[in-house]
Write a protein that binds this ligand. Structure first.
Ligand SMILES: Nc1nc2c(ncn2[C@@H]2O[C@H](COP(=O)(O)OP(=O)(O)OP(=O)(O)O)[C@@H](O)[C@H]2O)c(=O)[nH]1
Length: 287
């Protein structure tokens, strides 16, 4: 397959960083892309988390299929035993919602501390996630762009800071990215299509063909509408359909450039909202 897969060196470093910082935080915010909620997870996390409270934050919900997002939230809660929330980092409601759900997850721990007469303190959280999932955007949103260092804290190495979101929430500047380790070749194509893998690292026609296959199956009308495709066009093979789209967008025989256009169109919501992960729990690495 043309997509470069995972990077053992990067992953080992990220895992070390997460392991090191884990004792300093009350909760981990694991950011996943709402269009690929399983494929953007790292299966190593389950082992790392042990019994550390954990919230799955599904970013870019504005680009995902809203019905599927609801189902994924229920799936994470019921099947995986982890709470999940979907966010659009551009929306103001995001901060409020994350703080609220975090407080509810940690309610017992905080009540216990209060009973023991401990002083009220902010909740400490760490964000992790694959490249481009929206970590910086969320962090900036949570700290309202006024990045505030929250004093010296033992165990936090140089360059890593506590950022204050509110009196109630502090964040450890993200300790690193976590590449998913993927055994299913489709995972690579999903990561490529949604922008988690740099465009130079995959063959755009492979990924465009993957997108065509997906949209033909799940959102055929959106594909037809975007590229003025007839019902007959929709019966063509994926490759012939890509060639037809190439002509329709005025690129003659240049199917590579047309592939790039199609990939950009999917990312900019021009073929509608979509969720590429459609099989709940089918991925054994996350079971
Ligand atoms: N539509 C949409 N775009 C988002 C959202 N959150 C982030 N983005 C966009 O996604 C892209 C990547 O966001 P970043 O915050 O830089 O992602 P990151 O995880 O910090 O990326 P790395 O630094 O590569 O690890 C940017 O173009 C953001 O504007 C969201 O909720 N909705």
């Amino acid at each position: 397959m043309a997509v470069i897969q995972w990077f053992p060196g990067h992953m080992a470093k990220a895992i070390r960083q997460v392991e090191e910082k884990l004792p300093l935080v009350d909760i981990v915010f694991e950011l996943v892309d709402a269009r690929i909620p399983l494929s953007s997870r790292n299966p190593e996390l389950k082992r790392l988390m042990k019994d550390k409270p954990h919230l799955i934050v599904m970013t870019k919900m504005d680009l995902a299929d809203p019905e599927m997002t609801k189902k994924w939230i229920a799936y994470f809660k019921n099947e995986v035993g982890v709470r999940a929330i979907a966010i659009d980092s551009k929306a103001n409601i995001t901060v409020k919602n994350i703080t609220k759900i975090t407080e509810s997850i940690l309610a017992d721990k905080l009540a216990h501390e209060e009973e023991k007469g401990l002083k009220e303190r902010p909740i400490r959280a760490m964000t992790i996630g694959i490249p481009n999932v929206g970590k910086s955007t969320l962090l900036n949103r949570l700290v309202n762009r006024k990045v505030a260092q929250v004093g010296d804290t033992p165990g936090v190495t140089k360059g890593q800071q506590w950022l204050r979101s509110s009196k109630k929430l502090e964040l450890l500047d993200t300790p690193g990215i976590l590449w998913p380790k993927f055994e299913d070749p489709e995972t690579g194509q999903k990561l490529a299509l949604t922008g988690a893998i740099k465009d130079q690292r995959f063959a755009s026609d492979d990924v465009a063909l993957f997108a065509i296959k997906y949209f033909k199956q799940y959102h055929p009308h959106n594909l037809q509408e975007r590229y003025h495709l007839s019902d007959d066009d929709m019966t063509l093979s994926d490759i012939d359909l890509l060639l037809t789209i190439t002509k329709k967008v005025g690129m003659q025989e240049d199917y590579e450039r047309a592939s790039e256009r199609l990939i950009q169109d999917t990312r900019k919501e021009k073929i509608g909202r979509y969720t590429l992960d459609t099989n709940f729990g089918s991925d054994s690495q996350h079971a």
